[in-house]
Design a protein around this ligand. Structure first.
Ligand code: LMR
Length: 329
């Protein structure tokens, strides 16, 4: 039996019958950084329930939310080392491995979750999701969270000029950085698990996130203003370790694969509802003054951020840009 913080080398549960016809005994770890009432955790939970039930308890799935096992800084490395078998980080955190993971950060790239998923389920998206194989990492599915919104402590944000001189926390990545510098603001990448404290202590004045993340982590307690923007997105890549995946015999893999599909379905189904619900709760709590932009004001942000698209076209690829546009049709 594995304990919560043991860096057990056998986390994937070594088993002698990987070529056999019996379901293998396995303990699978799924680590993530967000709270329980989020699309990512709900997807992970559906995966766990399916796999444990279908394997008659032979496979155990341990979920570690809230950065309780690994945080942004070390979850990928621990997947590579097979200390954890599933992670589902915000794709924009992989830009160091492949700049094409900047796609969710391209300003106003997708009209909605369906368009984002059409891109990630399509050829270009799949190609990007498969780009970590050299690290022994297998990309499975993209789980949406949704559009991000701006919160800050200084002033209501209604136009690009309003960001001038402020510093925002980002998930990381060149495109997010460019977005802020285009509007005369600064940015700093800070791990999700440290964000509440960073906002509370004024390390940064603001941040961008989905309603679901703002609500479940109570960022509105330490922020004064929120602008509904939908300018960038949080989308998750569900990744597993190839060595673990290849260690599964046929009946075991069948169950795990079906569990992954079940989790994907639930995460995709729940994302919008959880964000809508999060928005309502933030409004009810009344901690932040909320700005909803008019279509003209949104257009001002689109225009101001157009140079970011041009700046990154070579690095991300015009074929990728084309696939992003096609996904919205
Ligand atoms: C963030 O770091 O703000 C988000 O990407 C966290 C998450 O996994 O949703």
């Amino acid at each position: 039996v594995l304990t919560a913080c043991g860096g057990d080398e056998n986390a994937s549960g070594e088993s002698d019958d990987s070529g056999g016809n019996e379901i293998q005994e396995k303990t699978i770890k799924f680590s993530h950084v967000v709270a329980e009432n989020t699309p990512k955790h709900q997807g992970a939970l559906a995966m766990k329930e399916y796999i444990e039930e279908e394997s008659d308890g032979k496979i155990t799935v341990e979920i570690y939310p809230n950065s309780s096992l690994f945080g942004d800084q070390d979850e990928y490395q621990n997947l590579v080392s097979n200390n954890v078998q599933f992670i589902a980080p915000d794709i924009s955190k992989f830009v160091g491995n492949n700049p094409q993971f900047n796609v969710p950060s391209l300003p106003f790239a997708f009209d909605n979750d369906a368009a984002a998923l059409a891109f990630w389920d399509g050829d270009k998206g799949q190609e990007i999701m498969s780009s970590l194989t050299d690290d022994g990492v297998l990309g499975l599915y993209v789980w949406p969270n949704g559009g991000k919104h701006l919160t800050n402590n200084e002033r209501p944000i209604e136009s690009p000029d309003d960001l001038e001189g402020l510093k925002f926390r980002t998930q990381g990545g060149q495109v997010l950085e460019a977005i802020y510098s285009e509007m005369g603001a600064g940015s700093e990448s800070i791990p999700f698990g440290e964000l509440y404290t960073a906002l509370d202590q004024g390390v940064v004045e603001g941040q961008e996130n989905t309603f679901s993340n703002i609500e479940s982590k109570k960022f509105d307690e330490v922020q004064k203003y929120m602008t509904v923007m939908n300018h960038t997105r949080v989308d998750y890549g569900l990744f597993t370790n190839t060595e673990f995946w290849d260690s599964l015999n046929e009946p075991t893999k069948e169950i795990v694969e079906a569990g992954v599909e079940e989790g994907t379905e639930v995460a995709r189904e729940k994302a919008k509802a959880l964000n809508d619900e999060g928005y309502e709760i933030i409004k009810e709590r009344g901690n932040v003054e909320i700005t909803e932009l008019s279509p003209e004001q949104v257009q001002d942000f689109r225009d101001a951020l157009q140079p970011v698209w041009n700046e990154y076209e070579d690095e991300i690829g015009s074929d990728v840009y084309e696939a992003v546009r096609a996904a919205n049709d």
